[in-house]
Design a protein around this ligand. Structure first.
Ligand SMILES: C[S@@+](CC[C@H](N)C(=O)[O-])C[C@H]1O[C@@H](n2cnc3c(N)ncnc32)[C@H](O)[C@@H]1O
Length: 141
């Protein structure tokens, strides 16, 4: 809790929302839990190992940011099984982005069904991957 509060203190503009997050954090289980942060924002939190967590949450997501440490050191966050679930829980037209361009991660994302492209990266990263789930019935050409 103290670590979360310290991390969130870097965004003073978000203090009211950060306070709400800290209020509900102790009550979280591994089941997906929705919290109304304000009138416009609902935060869904799943506190579980990634594969279990995404399996329990049925989505769909409009956008994913895949940020799971280095694929070489933490392959569980980039596995074919997890990328299949991520694709399954993505809206038609939904997107992903990730800082890694590791070949096997790109192949897992493509095998799952995403259209994948390389894009210019940020900071020290020369490139990143972006992609989307084609809308149902959209042609590949
Ligand atoms: C690079 S950090 C992401 C940080 C976050 N996106 C941010 O900007 O603050 C990677 C996160 O993935 C979590 N993580 C790593 N392996 C995981 C796994 N198998 N299941 C669930 N979370 C995992 C770590 O605990 C860490 O919080």
């Amino acid at each position: 809790m103290a670590a979360i509060a310290r991390a969130l203190s870097g965004w003073p503009d978000l203090a009211p929302l950060a306070g709400r997050l800290l209020d509900f954090w102790p009550a979280l289980s591994s089941e997906p839990t929705a919290w109304a942060m304000d009138e416009q924002t609902t935060l869904m939190v799943v506190r579980a190992p990634a594969l279990d967590g995404v399996e329990r949450w049925h989505g769909p997501a409009d956008a994913w940011y895949l940020d799971g440490f280095s694929p070489a050191k933490n392959p569980d966050m980039w596995s074919d099984a997890l990328m299949d679930l991520v694709f399954d829980r993505t809206s038609p037209g939904g997107t992903f982005a990730t800082y890694t361009v590791a070949g096997w991660v790109r192949r897992n994302l493509m095998a799952a069904g995403f259209e994948v492209a390389r894009a210019p990266g940020f900071g020290r990263k020369r490139e990143m991957l972006t992609g989307f789930r084609r809308a149902a019935g959209a042609s590949r050409s």
